[in-house]
Design a protein around this ligand. Sequence first.
Ligand SMILES: [Fe+2]
Ligand SMILES: [Fe+2]
Length: 308
Amino acid sequence: MTDLQVRKMRFAFADYDVPFLWNEENPAFSSMANAVSFLAIGFEKMIVNMIREAMPLITDPAVAEEADAFVRQEGQHSTAHRQHANGLIRRYPGLQETLNEVIAEFDRLTVHTSVEYRLAYTADLEATFTPVFKLMLDNDSTLFRPGDDRVASLFIWHFVEEVEHRSSALIIFDSVVGSDVYRMRMAPSIFRHVLKVIRVACAGFNEHVPLEERKVDALSMFASYRRRQKLRTWLPFLHAEDHGPMPRAFDHLPLREQLVALAGVIRSQLPKHNPDHEKLPALADVWFQRYEAGYDVSHWYTADPVAP
Ligand SMILES: [Fe+2]
Ligand SMILES: [Fe+2]
């Protein structure tokens, strides 16, 4: 029996303007999170098609039940991220093109790669989420709290549920493919694709959102890009276009915590990785408790406390 709960969540994105710079104190993180929203829509669309294809190959009813709950949680995430993205597109219509390109990148995988590859893709990428999202949720006071409460609440809910279903994609992969060697062999091409999609989103942000509103070069999260742009300042004949300052989203976080997250990402790709053994963000527990108590988790920082 799966323990996953499917929670329907809405965040009032249609009620008033959705700012690109939703956390003014951290433009790099604002932009990175917006890219995650775009990526989530394409990725989760691929997952829905993939599970449909994989279902007939799953013989264990418990795994089939897990797969069903997993895909329904992802479907809810996708719906909410679409509403977030639509809010951004209303304000910056050019971003529709960017979203289409991001979705097309995942559609290409659906059409041109095997279901085994997409199961490995999902298992590999989802395995990185718990350590990475723990870093973010452990530092919610600077990354999320100062921001637009709708956007902050969307990400907190999504990341908490990613922690909740952290084992699902591996369970499904193991039941259908069951080869750590295959998963590891595919990892380089999988993460190349992930980075490529994030680049597509960030390049679109640079193109369609004016610098005065984005405050940061959206591509600055890529070290190779930062190096090239810096080179430009003393080799002007390179003529690289200036897209703005290049701060990094996590620069202010304790280095030790960043290294723990990095080690977690590497561990997540090794054979016999079991996400059940991962250290979890304390905020996840608080979130589940508040949700059970009837707290309005769609306004994480601004809702009235639940009466005891
Ligand atoms: Fe998700
Ligand atoms: Fe997920």
